[in-house]
Design a protein around this ligand. Structure first.
Ligand SMILES: NC(=O)c1ccc[n+]([C@@H]2O[C@H](COP(=O)([O-])OP(=O)(O)OC[C@H]3O[C@@H](n4cnc5c(N)ncnc54)[C@H](O)[C@@H]3O)[C@@H](O)[C@H]2O)c1
Length: 252
């Protein structure tokens, strides 16, 4: 299937996990991909088809100037932005109840996951309005749908992303711009394996994470990427403002 031939697609968080799988799949389907990440993108470059026909940009989405630069380079190079998948995000460093949660970590998660995603959406929409249409997908979380004990800043940031997505979807519904969110439960990526709960080192926590899905397994980054591509495609043309659980039946 080649649904995105010559479409210009921004993917943030493209160096790892879900963003990386998404960028690779877009490239495989013919898109001109703008891969953005705070981390080095060399390793994804070696896996992407026609690596030199895509752009690789170092960008901290929590910095307004970096996001403006990302949009400017994309438009200067390709003239437009057809789709954007905003995948960059961070998990907390610790598990703590609200009254004990370290303030710096709390604020940082809001800065990256919510404010950073807002910068991306804001400036993507500005360009999409100029060109008369576009398609935005934000990778939120199941923690944007329900509370998550000992993980309040992450849950608050992802609930915020869902609020942003639904509001923007309504505002731009008649402007040929769709805005949706994906809300995964556990997906096997470096974030979940080596992040807050360090599942790679903790067999009990790993089993818990696996059991949360009715399918009794974690999702794979490619399974989330497939949903992102579908939401960016014409096959989902009547869907906007949706915060879609991708959860192996967890919320059934
Ligand atoms: N893995 C899961 O179980 C899971 C579940 C629900 C939601 N999510 C969400 O999916 C998204 C992708 O997560 P993942 O699991 O692939 O994690 P990951 O850690 O493998 O990848 C995240 C990528 O985002 C980049 N990044 C982090 N902060 C950034 C910043 N400020 N600016 C630019 N890039 C930045 C990282 O360098 C990394 O390459 C995140 O938004 C995460 O919250 C993940």
């Amino acid at each position: 299937m080649k649904r995105f031939i010559d479409k210009v697609v921004i993917v943030t968080g493209a160096a790892s996990g879900i963003g990386r799988a998404t960028a690779i799949k877009f490239a495989q389907e013919g898109a001109k991909v703008v891969l953005a990440d705070l981390s080095n993108l060399d390793s994804v470059k070696s896996e992407i088809p026609n690596p030199n026909s895509h752009i690789y940009i170092k960008c901290n989405i929590g910095e307004r100037a970096d996001v403006v630069n990302l949009i400017e380079i994309t438009v200067k190079t390709y003239g437009r932005i057809d789709c954007a998948v905003n995948c960059a995000g961070i998990a907390g460093k610790v598990s703590k109840p609200v009254h004990e949660y370290p303030e710096e970590d709390w604020l940082n998660q809001i800065q990256i996951n919510l404010i950073g995603t807002w910068y991306c959406v804001k400036f993507q929409l500005e360009q999409m309005m100029k060109q008369g249409g576009g398609n935005i997908v934000c990778v939120s979380s199941a923690a944007g749908l329900v509370g998550q004990p000992e993980n309040s800043p992450y849950a608050a940031s992802k609930h915020g992303v869902n609020g942003l997505v639904k509001s923007a979807a309504i505002e731009y519904a008649t402007k040929n711009i769709r805005v949706n969110a994906i809300c995964p439960t556990a997906v096997e990526t470096p974030m979940i394996m080596h992040g807050r709960r360090k599942l790679a080192e903790n067999p009990e926590a790993l089993q818990q994470a696996i059991n949360f899905q009715r399918m009794k397994r974690m999702g794979q980054p490619e399974e989330v990427a497939d949903v992102a591509l579908w939401l960016c495609s014409e096959q989902s043309s009547f869907i906007t403002g949706h915060c879609m659980a991708v959860d192996g039946g967890a919320f059934a």
